[in-house]
Design a protein around this ligand. Structure first.
Ligand SMILES: Cc1cc2nc3c(=O)[nH]c(=O)nc-3n(C[C@H](O)[C@H](O)[C@H](O)COP(=O)(O)OP(=O)(O)OC[C@H]3O[C@@H](n4cnc5c(N)ncnc54)[C@H](O)[C@@H]3O)c2cc1C
Length: 400
């Protein structure tokens, strides 16, 4: 029996290990286009590898996986984040859970994960053929009993159907057009960029005229806005933003979830309590003073104005700016190059219980090549481990 895996990334290597453990006699060949296996894993999480998440803050899987939540629910019934924790710790890698629910190796070093997977593959006799780019899944299927495609995110030569060297030529697969996810917003005309480096711990960011909304910390950068709230929003709205060519209106509620009325009444109380204080000098503790001064000016309140002088109109303008501050997004930038692909092989091609292709028995998909992607926080690697595991289990169940 022979299995080919296309792509020695997180999903491919995990799948190979689990398959060889179950069926030691099966020949497992991994074809890798690059010079080295697991090259991307080595640079994940800024070189620290955020390999999963505790999921404690996730009430609904759709929050973590804007695309593919239903498949992930099914896959997690076989192998979820707790299994991942146990798997790596059983292999001798001590893990740590951070306050933000992200999980890293205690060594804070992604090479610990890479070395472990490489060692296990060597011990189990997995064959890794580096610098072997596969051009056609169909021809590989003629040589092997099963083929697992784990080619990762968007790669123009692999994925666009009908293009030269289309990896899936002749398979008649449905492909969801790939677009980037997890990016930051360019605000080329906004003076807010002068406040680069400013962080607000809990904002709600949304896109005007849409239902896309995300909360969390926001970072002002020299090109626009970044931070967890923005990255999450870029993920939720990845396809919409591609359709409008990254030209949209960002609304920031600097007061988190508070609505206009409650912001206005808090300002009112402050005005009554401190009538003679300068507005510009009395920033709420969650808004840094430089940002407050910018927001006061944006609300057309003079720098020398006192609370008693600004009147209901001034209060209204300030409350509106604080809870519904508007910016023109024009373009996107990559966050430390940690983008992932929204789109890929459509889940309509897949049997959810096995990850086998409905049209082509013996052909499986795992990892980012599928139309599954998550927000930042370890969710994307978790998807790679879980789907790689399930593909191995399915092949072993069929073959063993
Ligand atoms: C800089 C960066 C940092 C990240 N950090 C994190 C993080 O900390 N936590 C997290 O959860 N996610 C992170 N991600 C996302 C995560 O790395 C990916 O979602 C995950 O690696 C996907 O795993 P995969 O096995 O599907 O694909 P990959 O790991 O991308 O592996 C695919 C492999 O297939 C090979 N390949 C492609 N086409 C062919 C072909 N035709 N023939 C042969 N080989 C081929 C590629 O060379 C590659 O080695 C990060 C992403 C980036 C870019």
């Amino acid at each position: 029996m022979k299995t080919a895996i296309i792509g020695a990334g997180a999903a491919g290597c995990f799948c190979a290990i689990e398959l060889k453990r179950r069926l030691p006699d099966v020949v497992v060949d991994i074809y890798e286009a690059g010079n080295k296996p697991l090259a991307k894993v080595a640079i994940t999480g800024g070189g620290r590898c955020n390999l999963t998440n505790s999921f404690e803050e996730i009430d609904n899987l759709k929050e973590a996986y804007p695309r593919g939540d239903k498949l992930m629910r099914r896959v997690f019934s076989t192998f979820d984040n707790r299994d991942t924790w146990e798997w790596f710790e059983n292999e001798g890698v001590k893990l740590v859970l951070q306050d933000d629910h992200c999980v890293f190796p205690a060594s804070q070093d992604a090479t610990r994960i890479v070395n472990l997977l490489m060692t296990r593959m060597r011990q189990l006799g997995v064959n890794i053929l580096t610098r072997h780019k596969v051009d056609s899944v169909k021809s590989l299927m003629e040589e092997y009993d099963s083929v697992v495609v784990t080619t990762g995110g968007y790669n123009p030569r692999n994925i666009i159907p009908g293009s030269t060297g289309d990896l899936f030529e002749g398979l008649d697969l449905e492909i969801v057009p790939p677009v980037p996810s997890l990016f930051t917003f360019n605000l080329p005309t906004s003076p807010v960029r002068d406040l680069m480096g400013t962080v607000v711990d809990n904002v709600t960011a949304s896109l005007a005229g849409t239902r896309f909304k995300a909360s969390g910390p926001l970072l002002i950068t020299h090109w626009g806005m970044s931070g967890p709230a923005i990255l999450k929003l870029s993920s939720y709205a990845a396809r919409h933003l591609a359709e409008v060519r990254y030209d949209s209106t960002l609304l920031v509620n600097w007061c988190g979830e508070d609505n206009l009325d409650s912001v206005r009444s808090a300002l009112q109380k402050n005005a009554v309590k401190n009538p003679l204080k300068l507005v510009v000098n009395s920033h709420p503790e969650y808004i840094p003073s430089r940002l407050w001064s910018y927001l006061v000016t944006k609300s057309k309140i003079r720098e020398d104005a006192r609370w008693a002088e600004i009147g209901p109109k001034g209060l209204n303008r300030l409350a509106e700016t604080l809870s519904n501050d508007s910016y023109h997004i024009k373009g996107q930038s990559r966050f430390k190059e940690e983008f992932v692909t929204c789109g890929g092989v459509s889940l309509t091609n897949i049997n959810y219980n096995t990850l086998e292709c409905v049209k082509h028995p013996g052909l499986y998909f795992a990892g980012e090549v599928l139309d599954i992607d998550g927000i930042t926080g370890g969710f994307n690697l978790q998807a790679a481990w879980s789907t790689g595991y399930l593909a191995a289990l399915s092949i072993a169940g069929k073959t063993g």
